[in-house]
Ligand binder design. Structure first.
Ligand code: GTP
Length: 215
């Protein structure tokens, strides 16, 4: 049986493009690191914050319904000056992790605008999971949990409160999202070959192949 993240990277696999979305500083990079890097906890030993410049992505292989699935997780920059660049990566995504910060009201109020961007660029059929991150900071909370639940319910999407810091609900959120994507009956997966052009930057060669029989 395939072991997630071990030894499957080189093999042709079903591929899902997942994009992180949400305002700056809500924790998108921290969530991706927590999910894809086993020792991500070390990242929280420092109080420094490095904004994502441009775009980055990580790859993680998981096994779903006995299929090896390569998750390509794009981490976009939330800063306004990168908005056009970030949203240009929405096209072709099958899933989105839309994040706000429970200690930042503006980040919650911008969720609807991010939803609009997602549907405009990626269509109405994409799967989205809404995360209220930094739930370890209960004393600084300004967005009640029920407001996040209500918003997610209005959009018909799953919702989790998460903490990248304490590793709360991160695995579950990605698991629910990837299962929803895989369960779509009329779904087409693209096999993308990721080419490492140099040590710092990655580019993509898209070789489109249809996978009709997913089960
Ligand atoms: N307490 C706490 N802090 C967090 C959590 N997630 C992220 N942070 C902190 O919040 C700050 C911003 O985190 P990032 O992951 O860089 O945020 P981002 O959304 O990727 O920001 P941009 O790159 O600007 O879009 C950093 O100082 C993190 O350490 C969390 O769950 N709990």
């Amino acid at each position: 049986m395939a072991v997630p993240g071990q030894g499957d990277e080189g093999r042709s696999a079903l591929l899902m493009k997942i994009v992180m979305a949400g305002e700056s500083c809500v924790g998108k990079t921290s969530i991706v690191r927590r999910y894809t890097e086993p020792n991500a906890a070390a990242a929280f030993s420092s109080s420094s914050y490095l904004a994502t410049i441009g775009i980055d992505f990580k790859v993680k292989c998981v096994t779903l319904n006995d299929k090896t699935v390569k998750l390509q997780i794009w981490d976009t920059a939330g800063q306004e000056r990168f908005h056009t660049l970030s949203t240009s990566y929405f096209r072709g995504a099958q899933g989105f992790v839309l994040v706000y910060d429970i200690t930042n009201l503006d980040s919650f109020q911008s969720v609807t605008s991010w939803m609009k961007d997602i549907h405009e660029k990626a269509g109405d059929e994409v799967d989205i999971v809404l995360l209220g991150n930094k739930c370890d900071k209960e004393s600084e909370r300004v967005v009640p949990k029920h407001k996040g639940e209500k918003l997610a319910w209005e959009h018909g999407i799953p919702f989790f409160e998460t903490s990248a810091k304490d590793n709360v609900n991160i695995e579950d959120a990605f698991s629910v999202l990837t299962k929803e994507i895989l369960e779509k009956k009329s779904w087409v997966l693209y096999d993308l070959e990721v080419v490492d052009l140099n040590e710092n930057q990655l580019s993509l060669l898209y070789s489109r192949k249809m996978f009709k029989d997913l089960r």
